[in-house]
Design a protein around this ligand. Structure first.
Ligand code: GAR
Length: 216
């Protein structure tokens, strides 16, 4: 079967991108990473991609007069690398409805909360202030409304007394690095399919899409 041809958009560290690249290094993985694109020249993740021989592209949003021009340049770069599916991985620009429509049901994101709780920024600060005992991360298809869209997979991690936003973020990040490759694999295998505003999971994959990670 042909592999899904994936482009990854980043803005910074790129550790989720790195997890996807590592997963795709397995010949059995059903997706290939065609390119990594950053909107920021100083994104650490670009170096990681370059070192692994993956095309690492800069499309600096500051070099474009409008969001529409910036996004047109992003799409052009992705198409030049024959991308047919896009993963947002710490891409810190809000994408426009036109971009989302262009990549309809071919655009996913990872968000550091159990959506629909804690949309937006400062998820860990808010979770700690509320005293929740579980938080987590979500991989979802992107829709025009921020942090809304058909949910592919979620992982939960415990919140522990004494946690700071940083300690919680670090615990969660290890879960993110396992969840994102899993979600992409299920989509590429056709085991996670958008059905309206939810995602249908194949019966043999159900156990994989709801994960719990213990504190230690
Ligand atoms: C990750 O925790 C990701 O969930 C979050 O940014 C971090 C990026 O880290 N994304 C968002 O907050 C999107 N709203 P990374 O660059 O090391 O993958």
């Amino acid at each position: 079967m042909d592999k899904l041809k994936v482009g990854i958009l980043i803005s910074g560290r790129g550790s989720n991108m790195a997890a996807l690249v590592e997963a795709a290094g397995d010949p059995a993985f059903p997706a290939e990473i065609r390119c990594v694109l950053s909107n920021r020249p100083d994104a650490k993740g670009l170096e990681f991609a370059r070192e692994r021989g993956i095309p690492a592209i800069l499309v600096d949003h500051k070099a474009h007069a409008t969001k529409a021009e910036f996004e047109a340049a992003v799409t052009e770069a992705l198409l030049a690398h024959e991308v047919d599916f896009v993963c947002l991985a710490g891409f810190m620009r809000i994408v426009s409805p036109a971009f989302i429509e262009r990549w309809h049901n071919r655009l996913i994101n990872i968000h550091p909360s159990l959506l629909p709780s804690y949309k937006g920024l400062h998820t860990h600060e808010r979770a700690l202030a509320d005293g929740v005992k579980l938080t987590g991360c979500t991989v979802h298809f992107v829709r025009a409304e921020m942090d809304v869209g058909p949910i592919v997979a979620q992982a939960a991690v415990p919140v522990i007394s004494g946690d700071t936003p940083d300690s919680l973020a670090a615990r969660l990040l290890t879960a993110e690095h396992r969840l994102y490759p899993l979600a992409l694999r299920l989509i590429a295998e056709g085991k996670a399919k958008v059905n309206g505003e939810t995602v249908d999971i194949a019966p043999d994959a159900v156990d994989e899409t709801a994960r719990f990670f213990s504190a230690r």
